[in-house]
Structure formats: C-alpha cells, structure tokens
Design a protein around this ligand. Sequence first.
Ligand SMILES: *Cc1c(COP(=O)(O)O)cnc(C)c1O
Length: 451
Amino acid sequence: MAKKAYERPLIKKLETGMPSKFGLRNDLVPVTHIDEVAVSELVEKYGSPLFVLSEETIVNTIEKARRAFTTRYPRVQFAWSYKTNYLDAICRIFHLEGAWAEVVSGFEYEKALRNGVDGKKIIFNGPEKSRPGLLKAIHNDSLIHIDHLDELYELVELASETNLKPRVAIRINMDTGIYPQWDRFGFNLETGQAWDAINKIMHSGKLELTGLHCHIGTFILSPGAYGVAATKLAQFAIDIRNKFNHTIKYLDLGGGFASKNTLKGSYLPGPDINPGFDDYAEAITTSLHNSGFQTNELPLLILETGRALIDEAGYLITTVLGNKRLASGGRSTIIDAGVNLLFTAFWYDHKTVPAQPFSLYREETVLCGPLCMNIDVVRDNISLPLLKKNDRLVIHNVGAYNMTQWMQFITMRPAVVMISADGIVHQIRKKEDIDTILQSEIIPQYLLSKS
Ligand SMILES: *Cc1c(COP(=O)(O)O)cnc(C)c1O
C-alpha cells in the first residue's frame, strides 16, 4: 500500500456553506464537463493549463444580444471587437453570425481582412493608425473613426493624394455620469472639440462624414449612462443636419457592457446584479426613439460589444501543483495558471470550481499561480474544498481579453480549444514551446562562437 501524504495537523474552523442574510448559498457543484466534454479528457489530450471556448455559448449570447436590440430598434449592426478576443476561429464565428469587424490597429485590421471581412465592413478605431494603414483603409472603403486632429489632417492630405473620399466618423467623448471620464480618445463634446472636428471635416470637402462614435468605458454597470450617450449623439447628429444639411448614417455606441463576472469587492455575485442586454438596449433605444429623428431617418445603430459577448464562453482548466500553510496559518493552493494567463484576475473574482467530486468542508484559500512573483494571485480569498495535488479546477468567464493580453512570461502560453456547437473539440491555438520563443531570437555571431 502506498504511503499516504503527510500534512501537518492544524486546527481551523471549517465552513459548510454558512447562511448569510441572503440565505444558504451552496452553489458549488463539481464542473466535470464543459459542453458535455470531460475536463479530464481535455487535459489528457491538450495538457494543462488549457483554455476552452464554447461555440454554443457564443452563439446563444450573441442571439440574446441581437434579440434585445432588434426587437426595440429597426436598424442594428454588431461589430466584433477584435482586441477582446482575436483568435481567428472566434472572430469567424462572430462574422458568420453577421458581425462586422471593429479593429484598433493595423495588425487587427490585417487580421480582419484575412478572416475574409469585406473592407467596407471594417471599423477602424483607436489612436494607432499609421499612414500606410490609413491608405489601405481608404482604398478598401473602410469606416475610419478619427481620434485626433493630426489624424484628420493626414486623412485630408491622403484624400487629395488618392483622389478618393474616405468614409469617416469622429469618436466623441462626453460626460455621461461615468467618472473618471474617458477623455483621452476622440473629441470632447462639451468643450466644443467635437464641433471643431466636424466643421473641419465638412469645410474640407474631402471626407465623407458617415457616422458618430463613442465608447464611454468598459464594464459599465449603469445602463443610464448609455441612455445619456445616445441622447447626446442623436442631438449632435440632428444639429449637424441642421447646420450642414448633411445626414449622419449611423450612431456607434461602442462597447463596454458588463459581462457576468463579479468585480473584486462586490458584495453580491455578478450574475445576480450586473445589467443584461435588455437593460442596455432599453436605455439606448429609448433615447434614440425619444430624440428628434423622424421614423424614416433613424440612423443605423452600431454596437461594438466585446466582453459581454465572449466572457461566459471561455473557461480555463488548471491543475493543482501543491498546497501549503502560510505563516498566518491560512491555506494556499498553487495552480499551474497565473496572472500571466489571467490578466482579468486583477479585476474579477473569477468563479472557480473543482473539476472532481469533493467533500462538504471548505476552507478560505489563497489561490496562487505558478509564477515566482508575489503578485501572482488568482483569487486572494476563496472558499474551496480541500484540494490535492493534480486535482483540477475550472475557472469561469475568462473569454474576454485573456487570450489577447496574456503574457509569455516565465512559462509558455497553453493551447486553446473550442468545442463546436455539434460537440466536437477543435484545437484553435497550439501550445507554445521553447522553439516558439527561440525562433524570434537572434544570437550575434561572436557569442555563438564563444559558447
Ligand atoms: C475595447 C473596445 C470595445 C469593446 O469593449 P468591451 O468593453 O469589451 O465591450 C469597443 N469599442 C472600442 C473602440 C474599444 O476600444
């Protein structure tokens, strides 16, 4: 018989799901499968840690979002925010579901083209637009959302050089009651910068002003802020029509809807309190209907929703490397996925559930990642059953931003798989290995010869 592992005895109060003023909450059941595929099988085949995406959840979520808006407003278009998750397989699902592409760099622009997106359906946002990048966007007749005056002047110059009339919008920042105000992108409404940009565009005669854009922030918990933004954009469009007799074709309300994650410090779980698509849609569309547009001139409503469409579809499977007692007597469990893969752990208390059956007893645990860095903490205080080395955990709601902001730091980035709607597992990104890193490095000749 194998010798049992020894753990130093320690007297510690154990919790079995104590009732709070909201009643007895014991929603912890093991997550042994994702979309009916066994977690153990996934790890056996693709290793740990492992990102898993569910196509079914993506499609259901976008369907919910679409329904919330199209039942309230006649003309709606979603544009997939590439930076939220630009794995090609994921982008293609969104494009198949009818989404345009929303990109914020030349690199993302190129990715959208290679994913087969028609240039006319690419929205080019952000401050990072190079001259060659702008030229390409002009030739492809993409929608260029101007961020600052230097970009505006460059576009006027390129329009003259190419004899083409680029389709442009301006990004507008404004006071919607959300503070700190994001005023570093685009032109401010209240100070007159936005009017200044519009006057320059219209008087140049070189640019085709097609839309107005704003993106007021991210994980905005107040739908009312979108109501304010929509009212202000609509009024601005009407003022432009009155001054220049020019119709604004679309209003783009950007992204920023909250997903179902729980923000750190929140008393109640995100799924219980965060607004849903219906709440945001109600606020935005009510404002548009109540503005001064005639029924036949309602502008197209564009939404660049990112995290709220993909967060719930993403899981991170991780394996327990070991347990230890901290000097405080508290329990620390070390797992093989850290903040290098889970950037969002700095903001969210990600729902984290064991992947195998467990006993009723729980203990407050610090969940640490594998990095030799003190900040590598995935959950600083989570009530978990006692886990053993090689047990697995499934971290939930990780689909947004982690697979774009992850770092190759100390360890390699893991594989990503997607379970398609028909239940088949597809690998959509290979696990990195040392060659992935070394292929980009160059050792000067003199250092080679001396080794
Ligand atoms: C990041 C970004 C989005 C997506 O934001 P989410 O918070 O993920 O919904 C949309 N539009 C612009 C301009 C962005 O920069």
